[in-house]
Design a protein around this ligand. Structure first.
Ligand code: NAP
Length: 254
């Protein structure tokens, strides 16, 4: 475990109050990190903090809408006030709402871009400023999606917003390397969370999962613990600009 040791490190997880973000928060907490969970729902935040405390971690919830520059700045300052530093950030908060094309409205397009792309840039920018000032590197992890690379018919706006994240990750990996700040993307396939709740209820969709995903099942949030500990820790000290797919083989199926 020494390789993945995060004792004394501080991690921010946006959208860490449930789903994939909570899996990531548990992963870094188990490796010893203190965790700040940023999300809008105070109830979900409180439940996640209890979950992380039960693991023995120091954890705090910040009510924060990642699309608000003011709230992101306030959450950054509150995290620094509580823990004194930020060593890694998981920009994971996101929304996924289906829409057909060409019926897709400009409003739905703008919401996807605002939350998934803008809501990634703002927390990443805030954490980067802190990391540069600290002067001892850091790790930025963005939750994108296999939808950025593989056509999913009902998700044109979502896919575009997730591809925007990948462009940001690659650019920042190069731009921030001189500061020893690593920037990587984690792209989930189909994962059982609240976001995919409606699909999980559908027989035809479960049949699709069994045929389309080589591992023939939904992924679980627990399966994001290991990648989070890896990317936040020195175990990944030469990994930057990577997109790591956690998809049960979805993206390599011929
Ligand atoms: P989820 O269970 O619905 O959780 C979404 C999280 O994002 C919640 O913690 C939510 O907290 C937070 N969030 C949403 N909008 C926010 C905002 N404006 N400000 C702050 N927090 C916000 O979804 P999930 O499946 O875990 O998804 C997590 C990430 O994985 C997303 O980026 C998603 O696109 C990506 N992803 C998911 C799948 C999948 O199959 N589940 C596949 C590929 C990629 P609050 O509501 O409290 O704000």
């Amino acid at each position: 475990m020494e390789l993945f040791d995060l004792t004394g490190k501080v991690t921010v997880v946006t959208g860490g109050n449930r789903g994939i973000g909570l899996g990531m928060a548990r992963g870094v907490a188990k490796a010893g990190a203190s965790v700040a969970v940023w999300g809008r729902s105070r109830n979900y935040n409180a439940a996640a903090i209890k979950d992380l405390h039960d693991l023995g971690a120091q954890a705090v919830g910040m009510a924060c809408d990642v699309t608000s520059e003011e709230q992101v700045e306030a959450a950054t300052q509150a995290t620094l006030h509580r823990f004194g530093r930020i060593d890694s950030i998981f920009a994971n908060a996101g929304i996924g709402r289906g829409a057909q094309f060409p019926d897709l409205s400009l409003r739905e397009w703008n919401i996807a871009m605002k939350v998934n792309a803008g809501g990634t840039m703002l927390p990443v920018r805030a954490a980067t400023q802190v990391m540069i000032e600290q002067g001892d590197g850091g790790s930025i992890v963005v939750t994108s999606s296999v939808a950025a690379n593989f056509g999913v018919p009902r998700l044109p706006h979502y896919a575009a917003s997730k591809a925007a994240q990948l462009g940001l990750v690659k650019t920042l990996a190069v731009a921030l390397a001189p500061h020893r700040i690593r920037v990587n993307a984690v792209s989930p396939g189909w994962i059982a969370t609240e976001m995919t709740g409606p699909e999980q209820q559908r027989d035809d969709f479960n049949q699709y999962i069994r045929h389309r995903v080589p591992m023939a099942r939904w992924g679980t949030i627990e399966e994001f613990e290991g990648i989070a500990a890896y990317l936040a820790s020195d175990a990944s000290s030469f990994t930057t600009g990577a997109e790591i797919r956690i998809d049960g083989g979805f993206s390599v199926q011929g």
